[in-house]
Ligand binder design. Structure first.
Ligand SMILES: Cc1cc2nc3c(=O)[nH]c(=O)nc-3n(C[C@H](O)[C@H](O)[C@H](O)COP(=O)(O)OP(=O)(O)OC[C@H]3O[C@@H](n4cnc5c(N)ncnc54)[C@H](O)[C@@H]3O)c2cc1C
Ligand SMILES: Nc1ncnc2c1ncn2[C@@H]1O[C@H](COP(=O)(O)OP(=O)(O)OP(=O)(O)O)[C@@H](O)[C@H]1O
Length: 586
């Protein structure tokens, strides 16, 4: 198994492609013959996915995924790390459901003789969203989290520990465990939004009420009892919060300024190396079961079409392996990332990043390894560029607090919005009469995923064409997305709604133009709306009377005229693969 990565790395692809030097200007590179071939393969695998109903991401079997996880753990294990603490420490898992590069877990191990890993199934996660009463977590994300927990337990057991699973509020469970196990510290990953920070505050307070009796030696000298502490550890971003070259209040509002500044002035910390064994676990009578979907109050929802994401760290590490090394897609990422159909136009790392099953620093280190062993170009850099967006929204949430969730956004913009239920439902259910919107919304509902391109288009349609309160859209995404993350979700929605920090406030995504550029053959819409398959390709985006009536006109009144203008525009702008060739568009 040790040869798994190295054998693939040494694959004679290197002979076919000269590893290009990193190109510093961010224009599109001239495509190599190999890149063209890869794009064709992606396009082909996308169209073949029209005929197959579901595809698992990653498309590997469980033995292979276990091998990849084990091999990666080996690479990230260290024999020289030493534990220096006494007693028991608790590690409270939140959105960091991984073993690799988990700082909270590492600190708990170093500071103790025994670590108790705990996950609390918090009932608040399964209630409703704040304003509009949608389910706070949809069935597909619940299933994904269940898989993450099962895998986390498995991986902790491989390292000589286990995972204690309890149902209830962390501020009630953790203090009582700290008391029962006489734990001196509860370690956990720091979160930034108020729902999570409120819980942190409640736990700290409740821990102060716990009085641990001093050990016999200590009681002789000091006598007084101590309370366990909550120790929050930064761990969710690629750049560490403490390494930023500005104070929180001075974080640049404009993404490009933020990115240039961190790229110039900060280094990304190396992944934390874990000891080979984290044993011994404390003695626990009942470790609790990984909940079933019924336990969480859901009807099971099967993915019958499109991508079925597998939860857990083993799947996460396997997806990195599959995308970077097995399929060798990293070097064309920038050219394919705006696609919508199939698993391979983009990395699909987001669901694992959101649950913390995947460390962004591990992705960074894998990109660097790939650049050394295979190729370094704009595409390999661009994955990091996108991960900086993720960091940016996380840090912006620290700077702006709850205003990220407010109608006027961080800039307190005043504008008239509607909450028209009928219009909203047509958007939510994919019945707007615009196939590009409807296909994307159906994909979201059926799989819990939507491409970045799709998200921008449906956001623009809801906000600009329908004029609907953007928070309705954001909360619906909160329900459905496997990769739901408050900072990235509300950050992107405020951007799209023109109430965020976007220097371009009137960002409008014209459906005809987007359709022509990103789904010129109507393959994507025909996949999700099979009734369009029989139509000629150039009719699929505007099928007329044979399709649902359009619920609102587009902001551009004359879609046909706009469409032909857009076709001309798109023809000028697209390359052979039907992707845009110039200009930076998110
Ligand atoms: C309205 C709207 C809502 C969104 N909500 C979320 C959300 O709740 N959670 C979430 O993770 N992403 C969200 N995104 C960002 C983006 O759409 C997804 O991260 C991306 O589609 C995930 O697919 P991928 O992993 O294949 O991305 P890739 O293109 O492969 O990008 C690699 C990684 O970079 C990060 N990234 C890429 N684009 C963005 C972005 N615009 N903002 C933040 N991070 C980014 C993600 O972590 C992603 O996994 C949203 C975007 C929009 C427009
Ligand atoms: N993790 C999260 N996911 C979704 N929404 C969140 C999250 N954390 C915080 N929020 C949102 O933050 C908002 C907090 O509202 P709350 O009424 O507590 O404060 P506020 O009065 O709006 O703001 P402030 O405290 O700044 O005056 C709510 O809209 C809530 O949904």
């Amino acid at each position: 198994m040790a040869g798994l990565y190295s054998s693939i790395s040494s694959l004679s692809l290197k002979k076919l492609i000269q590893p290009s030097q990193r190109i510093s200007t961010l224009t599109y590179p001239i495509l190599t013959a190999h890149s063209k071939l890869c794009i064709r393969q992606i396009m082909n695998s996308s169209s073949s996915s029209s005929s197959t109903l579901t595809c698992q991401v990653p498309a590997l079997d469980s033995d292979e995924m276990d091998r990849i996880a084990d091999h990666t753990f080996d690479r990230y294990s260290s024999k020289i790390v030493k534990r220096v603490g006494k007693g028991t420490a608790i590690v409270w898992f939140r959105n960091d459901l991984r073993v690799l590069d988990n700082e909270a877990l590492f600190m708990a191990w170093v500071s103790s003789e025994a670590v108790l890993p705990v996950y609390c199934v918090d009932p608040r996660l399964f209630q409703t969203t704040y304003h509009f009463g949608f389910p706070k977590t949809g069935a597909l994300r619940a299933q994904f989290i269940i898989e993450c927990l099962a895998d986390l337990r498995k991986n902790l057991m491989k390292k000589g520990l286990n995972l204690l699973i309890r149902h209830g509020k962390p501020e009630e469970i953790l203090p009582s465990l700290a008391e029962a196990f006489a734990a001196h510290t509860v370690y956990a990953q720091k979160e930034t939004c108020s729902e999570e920070t409120n819980v942190e505050r409640l736990i700290s307070k409740a821990l102060q009420q716990v009085k641990l009796s001093p050990s016999p030696e200590k009681s002789k000298s000091h006598g007084s009892s101590k309370s366990p502490k909550l120790q929050l550890v930064w761990g969710s971003t690629m750049y560490h919060m403490d390494d930023l070259p500005f104070y929180t209040n001075d974080i640049p509002d404009v993404y490009t300024q933020f990115r240039k500044s961190v790229e110039a002035k900060c280094a990304i910390r190396s992944c934390t190396k874990m000891p080979t064994s984290l044993a011994p676990p404390p003695s626990v009578e009942d470790w609790g079961c990984v909940p079933s979907i019924d336990d969480l109050g859901f009807q099971p929802q099967k993915v019958n079409k499109g991508m079925r994401f597998l939860g857990g760290e083993s799947a996460a590490l396997s997806r990195v392996y599959e995308y970077f090394w097995k399929k060798d897609l990293l070097k064309i990422y920038k050219e394919t990332r705006n696609g919508m159909l199939g698993p391979d136009y983009s990395t699909k790392f987001s669901p694992w990043l959101a649950s913390g099953s995947l460390s962004p620093r591990f992705i960074y280190e894998e990109v660097k390894r790939y650049e050394k062993e295979r190729a370094a170009n704009d595409s390999t850099y661009w994955v990091l560029f996108e991960l900086i967006w993720r960091d940016y929204f996380k840090f912006i949430s620290v700077k702006y607090g709850n205003s990220l969730f407010h109608l006027g956004g961080p800039r307190k913009v005043e504008r008239r919005w509607t909450q028209d239920q009928r219009l909203f439902e047509s958007w939510r259910d994919g019945c707007t009469g615009y196939p590009l919107i409807d296909a994307n919304m159906k994909e979201l509902l059926s799989t819990g995923f939507m491409s970045n391109r799709g998200r921008q288009i449906v956001c623009s349609f809801l906000v600009r064409d329908m004029g609907i309160d953007w928070r309705m859209g954001a909360e619906w995404f909160e329900t459905c997305l496997l990769d739901y993350d408050p900072c990235s979700n509300y950050g992107n929605w405020t951007y799209g709604a023109g109430v965020g920090n976007d220097p371009r406030e009137d960002r409008y995504f014209s459906i005809p133009k987007q359709a022509q550029t990103y789904d010129p053959e109507g393959e994507y819409v025909a996949y999700w709306l099979p009734q369009l398959q029989k139509l000629e390709k150039d009719k699929r985006h505007f099928p007329g009377k044979s399709y649902t009536m359009q619920v609102v006109p587009l902001k551009f009144r004359n879609p046909k005229k706009q469409y032909s203008q857009d076709r001309a525009y798109a023809t000028r702008q697209t390359n052979h693969a039907g992707r845009q060739t110039k200009g930076f568009k998110r």
